[in-house]
Design a protein around this ligand. Structure first.
Ligand code: C5P
Length: 223
């Protein structure tokens, strides 16, 4: 591989987003948040009134997605879709559920494949998603798969929501996470599964720093 890549895959709430961002910052590498692309397709379809299983229309949306990522305030990346700032809109539970529906559509995955590979630029890439190590960047030298129990992942989500002043119920969040896991794991195309050569890290009882250090140790062995 010319440009070094670290893939970080795992289910919703496994800590992928936070860990990927931290590793990318430490190394000064680029970051691909592939989930954001699926969230954007779901959002664009909802805005246009397109059904989340309409393969032909969704594939066109994914192919023509007019999106840009720009560094915003306080380290957060601004996400702009068709000239509108949608950074917060794509982070809701509904947007996550819509994303996992359009992500099951093969035409959408195919349309996003090349766009994702274009993030592979110097000096390196940290790629966060579900199929980064298995499908999008199968030759990556470092593949990480993060897991945690559904309860722990729901608790983390609950705390995140609380910090944003949003009330939620733990049982409902566990159910949502289990539904999303089932949809992501059981789909035919690029299901959520660790690559054969992935390092599997169960983050249930680990702090963010501990996970980051574990990943950095793996990185230092290779690069
Ligand atoms: O990671 P995030 O929660 O933003 O992903 C939203 C949804 O997008 C996931 O539930 C999954 O269905 C889909 N996705 C995917 N492949 C990826 C990244 C996300 O199918 N590489």
């Amino acid at each position: 591989e010319n440009v070094p890549i670290i893939t970080i895959d795992g289910p919703a709430g496994s800590g992928k987003g936070t860990i990927s961002q931290s590793i990318a910052t430490k190394l000064g590498w680029n970051l691909l948040d592939s989930g954001a692309l699926y969230r954007l397709v779901g959002l664009a379809a909802t805005i246009k009134g397109i059904a989340l299983d309409d393969e032909v229309a969704l594939s066109v949306i994914a192919r023509d997605l007019d999106v840009s990522f720009k560094p915003g305030d306080s380290g957060i990346v601004d996400i702009i879709l068709d000239n509108n700032l949608v950074t917060d809109d794509i982070r809701t539970e509904e947007a996550g559920a819509s994303a996992s529906k359009v992500a099951a559509v093969s035409g959408v995955r195919k349309a996003l494949l090349e766009r994702q590979r274009q993030f592979q630029t110097d000096p390196g890439l940290v790629a966060d998603g579900r199929d980064m190590g298995t499908v999008v960047f199968p030759t990556a030298k470092i593949k990480i798969f993060l897991t945690a129990s559904a309860e722990i992942r729901a608790e983390r989500r609950l705390n995140q929501l609380k910090q944003q002043g949003i009330n939620a119920n733990l049982r409902g969040l566990i159910r949502d996470i289990e539904e999303r896991d089932a949809r992501d794991t059981n789909r035919k195309d690029a299901p959520l599964i660790p690559a054969e050569d992935a390092i599997i890290i169960d983050t249930s009882t680990m702090s963010i720093d501990e996970v980051v250090n574990t990943v950095m140790e793996a990185v230092e062995k290779v690069y």
